[in-house]
Design a protein around this ligand. Structure first.
Ligand SMILES: [Zn+2]
Length: 484
């Protein structure tokens, strides 16, 4: 078990759904009280640093959509993974993932016959019982549901959150009193019947996506000013370039034609700023250029944003796709409604640049990369916006007026809008260890001396230093420490 999962279970950050029953299906995880706090903070930070700053409009769409939507989007025909079953024990595997273990990388569009050949040539067997594998086949990962009584009216749990944005676009655009480019954002659940869910929330069957779909006029694809961001050094992994990552200034990527379109340069730079502020280090991030064979067929440019973790290697957190007019065209055809809009006195069927983030993967990789030390001495070092609480208030004992002083300090800090936790149980050492592990930076201890001179001890979990301060100076002290 990884250090992070160990911690996540111990401190109720996340844990398997339905764990009290035997044989619960894999791929479903619940967030506990601490996990929810941290996840909400990540979402709020996304809203503040990306949605608002990009001038995006946020919507919240339904999770069940009728079949016609997925017929038009291509999911009904094309949302398949190649699968292979063991001839003896019946265990199923995703062929591409199985072949990866033999250092064979296959594209998304590789034919089934070709996959079968690779399985035989590399002598790939069932991992469980070592028996022969059957012929590969394609499996649709969408969850089908019935809408209303009977089976005549099928719907699907959306396998990606973005479709609602495409369906709602014309209405939103008209009501927005805005012009193109118009970014529309949505956070919500999506569902995929993964064949081999693994690594907890990294590949789950139910997950949360934070999407921003930018609608723009294709004639103005390069009309994005990068003045403010042109000197940002972006870690990239180019096709035919170095293996891990190399750093290029934004303006050089554009000048050298390594990122072709103004729209992608602009939004990728903004996204990179977001992840830097969130707490990832440049050396553990990269934008991987995806080859034409491996990107979605409609995409003219795809950059996967990936984060390196010791445990899992490079993990994809964001898909950045230039989706062209694929989506609006498809839904226009399927619905027979015109999805053209009027922009600057001409009719436009906008193109879309997509920034689709996996919220659960962001939380998992951020926490596992910011977790330092082990066991009794583990410290989770989260940036201020992401900390579940800024501080914990700990009365040394629950008597002699120490508890009342503790409550006073707690109430005062809460009133000043610090996220504050109160804990009066167990030894101070255990209370420290708990907040160290869930990403709470400061501990305030109230003891007998507090009664004498109104001072408290403040401990910084990042370096375990302690200092003594009058209660009246706490607000100023924390404002400087947390927000400067
Ligand atoms: Zn088997």
């Amino acid at each position: 078990m990884s250090d992070f999962i160990n911690l996540a279970l111990r401190r109720n950050i996340l844990y398997p759904c339905n764990e009290i029953y035997p044989n619960s299906p894999a791929g479903f995880y619940d967030y506990g009280p601490t996990g929810v706090k941290i996840r909400n903070n990540i979402v709020e930070f996304w809203r503040k640093e990306l949605v608002e700053k990009l001038g995006a409009i946020e919507i919240d769409g339904c999770q069940i959509l009728p079949q016609q939507v997925f017929k038009a989007s291509g999911h009904l025909e094309g949302f398949f993974d190649p699968v292979v079953r063991c001839t003896k024990c019946g265990t199923s595997y995703r062929v591409d993932k199985l072949l990866e273990k033999f250092n064979v990388v296959v594209g998304e569009k590789t034919e089934l016959e070709e996959l079968d050949k690779l399985i035989i040539n590399n002598n790939v067997k069932c991992e469980k019982c070592k028996s022969r594998l059957d012929k590969s086949f394609r499996f649709n990962m969408m969850y089908k549901v019935n809408i209303g009584i009977g089976e005549g009216n099928p719907g699907y749990l959306r396998p990606e959150a973005c479709q609602n944005i495409f369906l709602d676009f014309v209405r939103i655009y008209k009501g927005s009193r805005r012009n193109l480019p118009l970014p529309i954002a949505q956070i919500g659940k999506a569902f995929r019947n993964e064949i081999a869910p693994r690594n907890a929330t990294i590949r789950g069957r139910e997950f949360t996506q934070m999407d921003i779909e930018v609608f723009f006029d294709p004639d103005k694809i390069n009309d994005f000013s990068i003045k403010e961001i042109e000197d940002i050094e972006l870690p990239v992994c180019l096709l035919g370039g170095k293996k891990e990552q190399e750093f290029f200034k934004i303006k050089d990527l554009q000048k050298k034609g390594l990122m072709k379109f103004g729209v992608e340069v602009y939004y990728i730079a903004k996204e990179y700023e977001f992840f830097t502020k969130l707490g990832f280090l440049p050396k553990e991030m990269r934008y991987k250029e995806v080859s034409p064979e491996d990107r979605p067929f409609y995409s003219l440019a795809t950059w996967d944003f990936e984060v390196f973790t010791e445990e899992l290697g490079w993990v994809e957190l964001v898909a950045n796709n230039y989706r062209t007019d694929h989506d609006l065209k498809g839904h226009q055809l399927g619905s027979k409604s015109s999805l053209e809009i009027t922009s600057e006195e001409k009719k436009v069927l906008p193109h879309i640049f997509e920034i689709s983030m996996g919220t659960d993967r962001i939380l998992y990789t951020l926490l596992s990369n910011r977790l330092e030390g082990l066991n009794e001495k583990a410290v989770l070092k989260l940036n201020e916006p992401i900390m579940p609480y800024h501080m914990g208030v700990f009365p040394l004992v629950n008597k002699d007026g120490i508890d009342e002083l503790g409550e006073q300090v707690f109430n005062e800090l809460t009133r000043k809008r610090f996220r504050t936790l109160y804990d009066d149980k167990g030894s101070i050492g255990k209370r420290y260890a708990r907040i160290d592990e869930i990403g709470v930076r400061y501990a305030i201890t109230i003891d007998y001396q507090t009664k004498e001179d109104n001072t408290v001890t403040i401990r910084d979990s990042w370096n375990t230093t302690q200092e003594r301060l009058p209660i009246k100076d706490l607000t100023k002290y924390f404002e400087e420490k947390l927000y400067k």
